[in-house]
Ligand binder design. Sequence first.
Ligand SMILES: Cc1ncc(COP(=O)(O)OP(=O)(O)O)c(N)n1
Ligand SMILES: Cc1ncsc1CCOP(=O)(O)O
Ligand SMILES: [Mg+2]
Length: 222
Amino acid sequence: MTDTTLTHLPALPDTPFLPTEKKLGLYPVVDTLSWIERLLEAGVTTIQLRIKDQPDTEVEEIIQQAIELGKRFNARLFINDYWRLAVKHQAYGVHLGQEDLLTADLKAIHQAGLRLGVSTHDDEELALAIAVRPSYIALGHIFPTQTKDMPSAPQGVAELKRHVATIPDYPTVAIGGISIDRVPEVLACGVGSIAVVSAITKAPDWRQATAELLRLIEHEER
Ligand SMILES: Cc1ncc(COP(=O)(O)OP(=O)(O)O)c(N)n1
Ligand SMILES: Cc1ncsc1CCOP(=O)(O)O
Ligand SMILES: [Mg+2]
Protein backbone atom coordinates (compact mmCIF):
# COMPACT_ATOMS: atom_id res chain seq x y z
CA MET A 1 0.00 0.00 0.00
CA THR A 2 1.51 3.34 -1.02
CA ASP A 3 0.71 6.96 -0.23
CA THR A 4 -0.92 7.30 -3.62
CA THR A 5 -3.46 4.60 -2.75
CA LEU A 6 -5.66 7.16 -1.02
CA THR A 7 -6.26 8.79 -4.36
CA HIS A 8 -7.16 5.42 -5.88
CA LEU A 9 -10.08 4.78 -3.56
CA PRO A 10 -13.38 4.42 -5.39
CA ALA A 11 -16.24 6.85 -4.73
CA LEU A 12 -16.84 7.12 -1.00
CA PRO A 13 -20.23 7.51 0.68
CA ASP A 14 -21.09 11.04 1.84
CA THR A 15 -21.58 9.98 5.45
CA PRO A 16 -19.84 7.46 7.76
CA PHE A 17 -20.90 3.82 7.72
CA LEU A 18 -23.53 2.90 10.30
CA PRO A 19 -22.05 2.64 13.79
CA THR A 20 -21.61 -0.59 15.70
CA GLU A 21 -20.86 -1.24 19.38
CA LYS A 22 -17.75 0.56 20.62
CA LYS A 23 -16.68 -2.67 22.32
CA LEU A 24 -17.45 -5.58 20.03
CA GLY A 25 -16.05 -8.05 22.57
CA LEU A 26 -15.01 -11.56 21.59
CA TYR A 27 -15.06 -11.82 17.79
CA PRO A 28 -14.58 -15.36 16.45
CA VAL A 29 -13.73 -15.65 12.75
CA VAL A 30 -14.91 -19.01 11.35
CA ASP A 31 -15.47 -20.74 8.03
CA THR A 32 -18.54 -22.96 8.47
CA LEU A 33 -22.20 -22.69 9.38
CA SER A 34 -21.76 -25.24 12.14
CA TRP A 35 -19.13 -23.08 13.84
CA ILE A 36 -21.42 -20.07 13.55
CA GLU A 37 -24.34 -21.95 15.08
CA ARG A 38 -22.43 -23.50 17.96
CA LEU A 39 -20.67 -20.23 18.85
CA LEU A 40 -23.92 -18.24 18.79
CA GLU A 41 -25.45 -20.90 21.03
CA ALA A 42 -22.44 -20.51 23.35
CA GLY A 43 -23.20 -16.81 23.79
CA VAL A 44 -20.99 -15.13 21.18
CA THR A 45 -22.60 -11.92 19.85
CA THR A 46 -20.02 -10.73 17.29
CA ILE A 47 -18.86 -13.20 14.65
CA GLN A 48 -17.49 -13.39 11.12
CA LEU A 49 -17.99 -15.89 8.31
CA ARG A 50 -14.66 -16.10 6.48
CA ILE A 51 -14.72 -18.44 3.50
CA LYS A 52 -11.83 -17.97 1.08
CA ASP A 53 -11.66 -18.06 -2.68
CA GLN A 54 -14.87 -19.81 -3.71
CA PRO A 55 -17.18 -18.74 -6.53
CA ASP A 56 -20.23 -16.80 -5.34
CA THR A 57 -22.51 -19.60 -6.53
CA GLU A 58 -20.74 -22.05 -4.17
CA VAL A 59 -21.15 -19.90 -1.08
CA GLU A 60 -24.44 -18.06 -1.55
CA GLU A 61 -26.58 -20.63 0.25
CA ILE A 62 -24.13 -20.79 3.18
CA ILE A 63 -23.92 -17.03 3.44
CA GLN A 64 -27.70 -16.70 3.34
CA GLN A 65 -28.10 -19.27 6.12
CA ALA A 66 -25.36 -17.66 8.20
CA ILE A 67 -27.14 -14.31 7.94
CA GLU A 68 -30.41 -15.94 9.02
CA LEU A 69 -28.66 -17.51 12.01
CA GLY A 70 -27.12 -14.18 12.95
CA LYS A 71 -30.55 -12.55 12.88
CA ARG A 72 -32.16 -15.38 14.86
CA PHE A 73 -29.58 -14.91 17.62
CA ASN A 74 -29.66 -11.11 17.34
CA ALA A 75 -25.91 -11.21 16.72
CA ARG A 76 -23.54 -8.99 14.75
CA LEU A 77 -22.55 -11.24 11.83
CA PHE A 78 -19.94 -9.85 9.44
CA ILE A 79 -19.34 -11.48 6.05
CA ASN A 80 -15.71 -11.45 4.91
CA ASP A 81 -15.01 -10.66 1.25
CA TYR A 82 -18.39 -11.54 -0.34
CA TRP A 83 -19.84 -8.05 -0.11
CA ARG A 84 -22.29 -8.49 -3.00
CA LEU A 85 -23.89 -11.50 -1.33
CA ALA A 86 -23.86 -9.73 2.03
CA VAL A 87 -25.76 -6.82 0.48
CA LYS A 88 -28.14 -9.12 -1.39
CA HIS A 89 -29.07 -11.03 1.78
CA GLN A 90 -28.91 -8.03 4.13
CA ALA A 91 -26.12 -9.05 6.50
CA TYR A 92 -25.41 -7.01 9.61
CA GLY A 93 -22.02 -6.13 8.17
CA VAL A 94 -19.12 -6.79 5.82
CA HIS A 95 -15.39 -7.10 6.56
CA LEU A 96 -13.01 -5.95 3.82
CA GLY A 97 -9.24 -5.97 3.45
CA GLN A 98 -7.25 -3.10 1.95
CA GLU A 99 -7.19 -4.57 -1.56
CA ASP A 100 -10.96 -5.11 -1.45
CA LEU A 101 -11.41 -1.42 -0.65
CA LEU A 102 -10.04 -0.53 -4.04
CA THR A 103 -12.59 -2.62 -5.93
CA ALA A 104 -15.72 -2.96 -3.74
CA ASP A 105 -18.73 -0.71 -4.29
CA LEU A 106 -18.52 1.05 -0.95
CA LYS A 107 -21.47 3.28 -1.77
CA ALA A 108 -23.66 0.23 -2.46
CA ILE A 109 -22.65 -1.37 0.87
CA HIS A 110 -23.34 1.90 2.68
CA GLN A 111 -26.64 2.52 0.92
CA ALA A 112 -27.84 -0.98 1.80
CA GLY A 113 -27.32 -0.15 5.49
CA LEU A 114 -24.56 -2.66 6.18
CA ARG A 115 -21.82 -1.96 8.71
CA LEU A 116 -18.25 -2.10 7.43
CA GLY A 117 -15.09 -3.38 9.12
CA VAL A 118 -11.69 -2.71 7.51
CA SER A 119 -8.31 -4.45 8.01
CA THR A 120 -5.16 -2.41 8.64
CA HIS A 121 -1.51 -3.38 9.10
CA ASP A 122 0.38 -0.08 9.34
CA ASP A 123 0.07 3.72 9.42
CA GLU A 124 -0.69 4.09 5.71
CA GLU A 125 -3.41 1.47 5.80
CA LEU A 126 -4.84 3.10 8.90
CA ALA A 127 -5.01 6.44 7.07
CA LEU A 128 -6.83 4.78 4.20
CA ALA A 129 -9.28 3.04 6.53
CA ILE A 130 -10.04 6.33 8.30
CA ALA A 131 -10.79 7.95 4.93
CA VAL A 132 -13.51 5.35 4.41
CA ARG A 133 -15.13 6.08 7.83
CA PRO A 134 -15.99 2.43 8.52
CA SER A 135 -17.96 1.03 11.45
CA TYR A 136 -14.83 -0.52 12.99
CA ILE A 137 -11.13 -0.77 12.27
CA ALA A 138 -9.21 -4.04 12.65
CA LEU A 139 -5.51 -3.96 13.55
CA GLY A 140 -3.11 -6.80 12.98
CA HIS A 141 -1.67 -9.25 12.77
CA ILE A 142 -0.45 -8.63 16.30
CA PHE A 143 1.49 -11.91 16.83
CA PRO A 144 2.70 -14.60 14.40
CA THR A 145 -0.22 -16.63 13.07
CA GLN A 146 -0.51 -20.03 11.41
CA THR A 147 -3.97 -19.23 10.06
CA LYS A 148 -3.16 -16.80 7.26
CA ASP A 149 -0.03 -16.13 5.22
CA MET A 150 1.05 -12.64 6.11
CA PRO A 151 3.55 -10.75 3.94
CA SER A 152 4.51 -8.35 6.74
CA ALA A 153 5.93 -8.83 10.24
CA PRO A 154 3.60 -8.97 13.24
CA GLN A 155 2.79 -5.53 14.68
CA GLY A 156 3.29 -6.41 18.32
CA VAL A 157 1.51 -4.83 21.25
CA ALA A 158 3.46 -1.54 21.35
CA GLU A 159 2.37 -0.70 17.80
CA LEU A 160 -1.17 -1.86 18.57
CA LYS A 161 -1.33 0.49 21.55
CA ARG A 162 -0.02 3.38 19.47
CA HIS A 163 -2.55 2.77 16.69
CA VAL A 164 -5.49 2.42 19.07
CA ALA A 165 -4.54 5.73 20.71
CA THR A 166 -4.76 7.53 17.35
CA ILE A 167 -8.37 6.44 16.72
CA PRO A 168 -10.11 6.90 20.09
CA ASP A 169 -13.55 7.31 18.52
CA TYR A 170 -13.46 4.09 16.49
CA PRO A 171 -14.42 0.64 17.65
CA THR A 172 -11.17 -1.35 17.32
CA VAL A 173 -10.52 -5.05 16.80
CA ALA A 174 -7.14 -6.75 17.35
CA ILE A 175 -6.44 -9.91 15.33
CA GLY A 176 -3.66 -12.38 14.66
CA GLY A 177 -2.03 -14.99 16.86
CA ILE A 178 -4.03 -14.04 19.93
CA SER A 179 -4.13 -16.99 22.29
CA ILE A 180 -6.00 -17.02 25.59
CA ASP A 181 -2.88 -16.25 27.60
CA ARG A 182 -2.15 -13.18 25.43
CA VAL A 183 -5.63 -11.65 25.90
CA PRO A 184 -4.74 -9.50 28.96
CA GLU A 185 -1.79 -7.76 27.26
CA VAL A 186 -3.91 -7.12 24.13
CA LEU A 187 -6.80 -5.69 26.16
CA ALA A 188 -4.30 -3.47 27.98
CA CYS A 189 -3.69 -1.72 24.63
CA GLY A 190 -7.24 -0.34 24.78
CA VAL A 191 -8.89 -2.40 22.02
CA GLY A 192 -12.62 -2.98 22.26
CA SER A 193 -12.57 -6.39 20.64
CA ILE A 194 -10.34 -9.39 20.01
CA ALA A 195 -10.78 -11.52 16.89
CA VAL A 196 -9.59 -15.11 17.02
CA VAL A 197 -9.57 -18.16 14.81
CA SER A 198 -7.34 -20.90 16.20
CA ALA A 199 -7.76 -19.95 19.88
CA ILE A 200 -11.25 -21.41 19.45
CA THR A 201 -11.21 -23.72 16.43
CA LYS A 202 -7.97 -25.48 17.39
CA ALA A 203 -8.61 -25.55 21.13
CA PRO A 204 -8.71 -29.01 22.72
CA ASP A 205 -12.08 -27.99 24.18
CA TRP A 206 -13.67 -25.19 22.16
CA ARG A 207 -16.52 -24.67 24.65
CA GLN A 208 -14.15 -24.12 27.50
CA ALA A 209 -11.94 -21.84 25.36
CA THR A 210 -14.95 -19.77 24.25
CA ALA A 211 -16.25 -19.45 27.80
CA GLU A 212 -12.82 -18.37 29.02
CA LEU A 213 -12.41 -15.84 26.18
CA LEU A 214 -15.89 -14.41 26.85
CA ARG A 215 -15.06 -14.11 30.54
CA LEU A 216 -11.72 -12.42 29.92
CA ILE A 217 -12.86 -10.07 27.14
CA GLU A 218 -16.47 -9.26 28.01
CA HIS A 219 -17.10 -10.02 31.65
CA GLU A 220 -13.98 -8.92 33.47
CA GLU A 221 -13.66 -5.38 34.74
CA ARG A 222 -11.28 -3.53 32.45
C1 LIG B 1 -11.64 -8.85 12.18
C2 LIG B 1 -10.79 -9.14 10.99
N1 LIG B 1 -9.63 -8.48 10.83
C3 LIG B 1 -8.85 -8.72 9.76
C4 LIG B 1 -9.24 -9.65 8.82
C5 LIG B 1 -8.42 -9.90 7.61
O1 LIG B 1 -9.16 -9.49 6.47
P1 LIG B 1 -8.49 -9.42 5.02
O2 LIG B 1 -7.35 -8.48 5.11
O3 LIG B 1 -9.57 -9.13 4.07
O4 LIG B 1 -7.95 -10.88 4.79
P2 LIG B 1 -8.83 -12.21 4.66
O5 LIG B 1 -9.46 -12.50 5.98
O6 LIG B 1 -9.88 -11.96 3.62
O7 LIG B 1 -7.85 -13.28 4.25
C6 LIG B 1 -10.45 -10.32 9.01
N2 LIG B 1 -10.91 -11.24 8.14
N3 LIG B 1 -11.22 -10.04 10.10
C1 LIG C 1 -7.75 -13.55 9.09
C2 LIG C 1 -6.56 -12.94 9.69
N1 LIG C 1 -6.19 -11.66 9.36
C3 LIG C 1 -5.10 -11.26 9.99
S1 LIG C 1 -4.48 -12.44 11.01
C4 LIG C 1 -5.72 -13.52 10.59
C5 LIG C 1 -5.82 -14.89 11.13
C6 LIG C 1 -6.02 -14.92 12.62
O1 LIG C 1 -6.08 -16.24 13.04
P1 LIG C 1 -5.47 -16.72 14.43
O2 LIG C 1 -6.34 -16.14 15.49
O3 LIG C 1 -5.59 -18.23 14.36
O4 LIG C 1 -4.04 -16.26 14.48
MG1 LIG D 1 -10.97 -10.28 3.17
